[in-house]
Structures are given as structure tokens and as C-alpha cells.
Design a protein around this ligand. Structure first.
Ligand code: GAP
Length: 516
């Protein structure tokens, strides 16, 4: 199936099974804003717990906070967001559509990269096992010519971004004959800067209302509380502060479902270190974060690092962890070496010292910061795209059937166990209800008695429930039940008395935390 079709099906599946709904749908929706449904919120909470526990529970030098969304407006002046949190936008005069100039160029680069990949795949088919990919890439004239185009364009693009040269960005679009995907024309406006922060007013007009911003990142709430936490928690450097919370950005291009939203959630951790030790900690956090992603078992080949060509105004090094979504490799998490930029800026703008007294060195300094920053919603999309499978099953009569299954890691699944009476009589529903009542204190269980048992299994597969148990007449005789596994569809009989232990062990977050 084409990746584009797969993605459409995934979006439809999320809606049909109560994972994600478009916001304000009965009013035709609100662009790039989404609501999480009854299963979506459970998966989202489980993802947040995985992140929070891996930071705050497993590291005795990391603590969490929950700072307010509204903050003093000068914070955003100090952080550089008022002046520099911009995207370069360009409009097509025919379609009247607005685009990010940098994204148009990146997509053009990806198209050339695709041409190379197709060339390589064609050759692989032709030469079979004798195919030497490295040699082919180094010698094939078409591949080489495209690689030169990529390298030249990348160099020019990177310089234009670093110089914030908007005229040059437009020229790159013109020279590369990049067309509007909607109108197909090259009738472009000039490139302009567009600030991504939403603003509102606080206080009544009579008092003199103040313009304030909805935070575009949670990080600043951590920086301004750095000394509060350090002093009250008696934290010694190196230490970290973690936070999960909403962030808001007036994105120009809001596409690809929950990948780029205007209201979203971030999980950020700022790790305060001695100046000079930042390159070493940057490396450590890169590795730790990659391990966290790969522990989910979605295949290490689906992840890669991508170093930034344009560094944000606060960073001296930055890399993204990218995941292979159905629409290609894209950023899920950023790891940034933010130097002492933020603390120094707040020191200057607030007039309050943001220094740490190091008892071992016997001196005070402004610490350097390594940041790990991941979007909850993007992580959600990673999990659900990796878990979605359509399987063709052969039936006994020779015909086929399609099974849609979410192979979610058990500890992330919204419902861990579905309990089903085979029939709605003979006391079987009562036994099933009692099991749910007993086990619901330990994990999320669902009672399901509607439709045939086959349809019920399929419904649970589509939700991603890893275990189903069926109560039948044999249960009345010997207190055993059938347990059915989502991924293998295998079934086995177990004693009712063992059920809690069996499922608890399989769905416990401890198993994955121990891998980190
Ligand atoms: N404090 C640093 C910071 O905010 P960022 O790279 O702009 O860095 C970090 O954002 C992460 O937040 C991204 O890797 C992504 O997962 C998520 N994110 C950013 N903008 C988003 C958006 N519009 N919608 C959904 N997630 C977003």
C-alpha cells in the first residue's frame, strides 16, 4: 500500500476508534487543533508516564515542576522569542496558499533524494545479491549528478538560513523552479518573517491591560524557576528539571494531522551542567534519548539523528531524533546544547542573579544547559504509526479477511485486558463482570459482551488491547479461562486465580524502565 494511503487510513482509524478527533468538529473543525478521545487520552497519559518515570523516577538528580502557561511578558523578550521566533513565509498569488519557504526547499531536496533512492532500488533489483550499493552510489552518473545538486543546494540554503537572508530564500525557490503543489505555478510573493507566538491580554482595559503570550515552549518556565528548585531541593550540579505541559505556536503550515499543531504538549528537561562539560553531557543525553525511543521495539532502522544546519539563537549544538513516519523521516525530539544563553538573558532582564555556587570549585557561575525536548503529540503519532498493521488472513474456506491491529507495547495500550463472556447467559456474564471488578484496581480492563466472539476480538485488536479472556461453560466447571494474545492470535487456557499475576507482569512499565 502506498505510504500516503496508509497515512490516510491511520488518521481515519484514530477517529473511528476514539483516539483522535478534529477539534470543534460540529463547527467544521479548527485548523491544526485536535482533541484526544477515550482511548487517545489513555495512550497519551501512558506515553507521558513513560517519559516522566524515565526522567524523574530513574534519575535521583532530576526533579519535575509544573509551571504556568502565562508568564511575565519580559520573559519572551529575554529569551529572544519576541524578536527571533519567526518562520519565513511565502504566498502563492494564484492559489492564495501560504507556505514556509524553508519547508518548500526541504521538500524539493527530499524529492532529489527520492530520485537517488529509486535509482539505487532499480539497480538492486537488476543486480540481485551481487549489488554493491556503496560502489553504485560512488560511480553511477545520475546518482552523482543528483548528489551534487543536493550538496550545492544544501550549502546555499544553509547560508541563506544562517544569514536570515529572505531575498536569497526566494531566489533559491525561483532558481530551483519550485512550484506551488496546489496551483502548479511559480507566481510567488516575497518571503516575509512571521512570529509564531500567540498573544492575548491580561487584566481589564481600565487597569491598563498587558499584552502577554501563550508560551511557545515549556522550557522558559524551567529557566525562571532554576534557583527556586536548586535552593529548595538542595540540588547539586549536574542536575535536571523536567516538565510536561501545553505549548502554543501559530504555525504557518499545519499539516500531517497531529504532527504539526497550533496547540500541543511538550515534555522538556533542562540539565544544568558546569561550563565546559556541555559537549560531554550533550553526547550522553543524545545516547540516552535514542535508547528511550528504541526500547519501544519499533526497529532501530526507523530512527536517525539529524544535526541542525541552522542553529537556534540560543544553541551551540543541536540534533534531532527523527522517526520514519509514513510520510518520511521527521523530527520527534530535539536535543539542544543551549549554553548559558537563557539564564544569562534572564539575569540581565530581571536584574536577579542566576548563578550557582559550586561548593567543590568554591566559585559561582551561570551553568550551561543541555535540553531534551519532545512533543507528546508527535510521540503519540510515532507510536500509533509504528503500531498500525493491516494483516491479510486466510480463512478455512480459502477466502481472505483483513485484520486491522494496533500492536502497541502492552504498557502503553489504553486497555490492557478485555473480558468477554462467550454467551450472555448461564451465569457467564456475572463471572466476567466479577473479574473486571477485581482486576480494575490493577490495570485498565474492559467488559465486552456485544457481537460474536470473533468480532469482539477484532474490535479489541483495532483498539490495541493486548490480551482478551473468554469465559465459557468450562469456566463453570474448572475455573479456567481462555486467554487470547493480540499479536499472535494464539489462545491458551489458564486458571482464573493466575490471571492477575500473568497480566500484571506483562503490562507493567517496570519491564521497559529496566532496559534504560
Ligand atoms: N524548547 C525547545 C523547543 O521547543 P523545538 O524543536 O521547537 O524545541 C521541540 O520543539 C519538540 O516539540 C519538537 O521536536 C516536536 O516534537 C515538538 N513540537 C514543536 N512544534 C510542534 C508543533 N507545532 N506541533 C506538535 N509538536 C511540536
Amino acid at each position: 500500500m502506498a505510504q500516503e494511503d496508509l497515512f490516510k487510513k491511520l488518521v481515519a482509524h484514530c477517529k473511528e476508534y476514539g483516539y483522535v478527533f478534529p477539534s470543534s468538529e460540529i463547527y467544521d473543525g479548527l485548523s491544526a487543533v485536535y482533541d484526544y478521545g477515550q482511548y487517545g487520552v489513555e495512550l497519551k497519559n501512558n506515553i507521558k508516564k513513560y517519559w516522566w518515570d524515565s526522567m524523574v523516577l530513574l534519575n535521583d538528580n532530576i526533579v519535575g515542576i509544573d509551571s504556568a502557561i502565562f508568564m511575565h511578558p519580559t520573559i519572551w523578550k529575554a529569551s529572544g522569542h519576541v524578536d527571533a521566533f519567526n518562520d519565513p513565509l511565502i504566498d502563492n498569488k494564484d492559489s492564495k496558499k501560504r507556505y514556509r519557504a524553508d519547508v518548500l526547499i526541504e521538500e524539493h531536496l527530499a524529492k532529489i533524494e527520492d530520485k537517488i533512492t529509486k535509482e539505487v532500488e532499480k539497480a538492486r533489483e537488476r543486480f540481485g545479491t551481487a549489488f554493491d550499493e556503496k560502489k553504485f552510489r560512488e560511480t553511477n552518473p545520475r546518482v552523482l549528478a543528483n548528489q551534487v545538486k543536493i550538496d550545492e543546494l544544501n550549502a546555499r540554503f544553509s547560508k541563506a538560513l544562517n544569514d536570515s537572508n529572505l531575498v536569497e530564500l526566494k531566489q533559491i525557490i525561483i532558481d530551483n523552479e519550485i512550484v506551488d503543489p496546489v496551483s502548479g505555478t511559480r507566481n510567488w510573493t516575497d518571503v516575509r518573517q512571521f512570529n509564531l507566538m500567540f498573544s492575548t491580554e491580561m487584566g481589564s482595559t481600565a487597569e491598563g491591560a498587558n499584552k502577554i503570550y501563550l508560551r511557545p515552549e515549556t522550557a522558559q518556565g524551567i529557566f525562571v524557576n532554576f534557583l527556586n528548585v536548586q535552593k529548595t531541593g538542595r540540588m547539586k550540579i549536574p542536575f535536571g528539571i523536567a516538565q510536561i505541559g501545553k505549548a502554543f505556536r501559530n504555525e504557518i503550515v499545519a499539516r500531517q494531522f497531529i504532527f504539526r499543531m497550533r496547540e500541543f504538549e511538550q515534555m522538556e528537561m533542562q540539565f544544568f551542567v558546569q561550563p565546559g562539560s556541555d559537549p560531554e553531557w550533550f553526547k550522553i543525553w543524545k545516547e540516552k534519548r535514542m535508547k528511550w525511543h528504541q526500547a519501544l521495539g519499533f526497529g532501530s532502522e526507523n530512527y536517525r539523528f539529524h544535526d541542525h544546519i541552522k542553529l537556534a539563537h540560543y544553541a551551540n549544538a543541536a540534533t534531532d531524533i527523527e522517526f520514519k513516519f509514513p510520510f518520511g523521516f521527521k523530527e520527534v525530539e530535539g536535543i539542544h546544547s543551549r549554553t548559558d544563553y537563557d539564564l544569562k538573558q534572564h539575569q540581565q532582564y530581571s536584574g536577579k542573579k542566576m548563578q550557582y555556587f559550586d561548593p567543590e570549585k568554591g566559585e559561582s557561575y551561570v551553568p550551561f544547559v543541555i535540553e531534551t525536548s519532545i512533543g507528546v503529540d508527535r510521540m503519540f503519532l510515532q507510536v500509533i504509526s509504528a503500531a498500525y498493521f493491516e494483516e491479510i488472513l486466510k480463512k478455512e474456506d480459502g477466502t481472505t479477511d483483513t485484520r486491522v491491529v494496533l500492536r502497541l507495547p502492552s504498557f502503553l495500550a489504553p486497555v490492557k485486558l478485555a473480558v468477554m463472556p462467550l454467551v450472555k447467559k448461564d451465569g457467564l456474564p456475572e463471572i466476567a463482570e466479577k473479574i473486571v471488578h477485581d482486576l480494575k484496581f490493577d490495570f485498565n480492563c474492559q467488559y465486552d459482551e456485544k457481537d460474536s466472539i470473533g468480532r469482539r476480538y477484532r474490535r479489541q485488536d483495532a483498539i490495541g488491547t493486548p490480551y482478551c479472556i473468554t469465559i465459557d461453560h468450562q469456566t463453570l466447571d474448572d475455573q479456567s479461562v481462555t486467554i487470547r494474545y493480540r499479536d499472535s492470535m494464539k489462545q491458551e487456557r489458564v486458571q482464573l486465580s493466575q490471571l492477575k499475576d500473568i497480566i500484571s507482569e506483562k503490562v507493567n512499565i517496570r519491564t521497559i524502565l529496566k532496559l534504560l
